[in-house]
Design a protein around this ligand. Structure first.
Ligand SMILES: O=C(O)c1ccccc1N[C@@H]1O[C@H](COP(=O)(O)O)[C@@H](O)[C@H]1O
Length: 207
């Protein structure tokens, strides 16, 4: 089975459709004001309005107020939530949606403990730890820090691009990969050629 692909930081309808045309399984919308990929509710609605069926829409939040998340959920058709801050298991669990908990991995991060702490997460999303930045940094981390026996699906993120995604998949064997900066021409604007090359890398890893 091919590794699933989420393309994150979609801000425009044309980029959502380009991602899907090249085989992405999910797209991510960043509801984080400080991010250059931030979308308003209206932009999010526009970006996903012509998506075909069976494409998952993931809403990304960083330590957001519950009232804001509820408001987004009322107005935007999100299939899954991605919590990329310091949200507790209780905070992640309070919405009627499956969720992924993002962990920014450092050499001393105990990923097995995170898997135990977030038993209701659909997956742990593993990203690079960069001091003072929540995510979308384009930095990768040392994949050998990921235990082989994590009892939960892994979504691998952090600095992935067409040149390293096949190697990443072969080494880590994640359920899915998540990319943002590696398929952009500028922050928040996706590049069809880079998306195509990234998807080829994912396919090559399965050969
Ligand atoms: O994309 C952002 O701007 C962002 C902002 C705040 C938290 C997370 C964000 N993106 C996520 O970061 C990882 C890695 O991104 P990249 O491929 O290294 O650019 C990914 O999960 C994005 O969803």
């Amino acid at each position: 089975m091919r590794t699933r692909v989420k393309i994150c930081g979609i801000t425009r309808e044309e980029d959502a459709l380009t991602a899907v045309r090249h085989g992405a399984d999910a797209i991510g919308l960043v509801f984080v004001e400080a991010s250059p990929r931030h979308v308003s509710i209206a932009q999010a609605q526009a970006a996903i309005r012509s998506l075909p069926p069976f494409i998952a829409v993931v809403g990304l939040f960083v330590d957001a107020e519950p009232s804001f998340i509820e408001q987004v959920l009322k107005e935007v058709r999100l299939d899954m939530l991605q919590f990329h801050g310091d949200e507790s298991p209780e905070e992640c669990q309070r919405y009627a949606r499956p969720y992924m908990k993002a962990i920014r991995v450092r050499p001393d991060t105990n990923l097995l403990q995170y898997a135990l702490d977030y038993p209701r997460a659909s997956a742990l999303l593993l990203d690079a730890h960069v001091e003072g930045v929540a995510g979308g940094t384009g930095q990768r981390f040392d994949w050998s820090l990921i235990p082989a026996d994590l009892p939960m699906p892994i979504v691998l993120a952090g600095g992935l691009n067409a040149d390293n995604v096949a190697e990443a998949i072969k080494q880590v064997r994640p359920y899915a990969v998540d990319v943002s900066g590696g398929v952009e021409s500028q922050k928040g604007i996706k590049d069809a050629g880079k998306i195509a090359a990234f998807m080829r890398g994912v396919t090559d890893a399965a050969l």
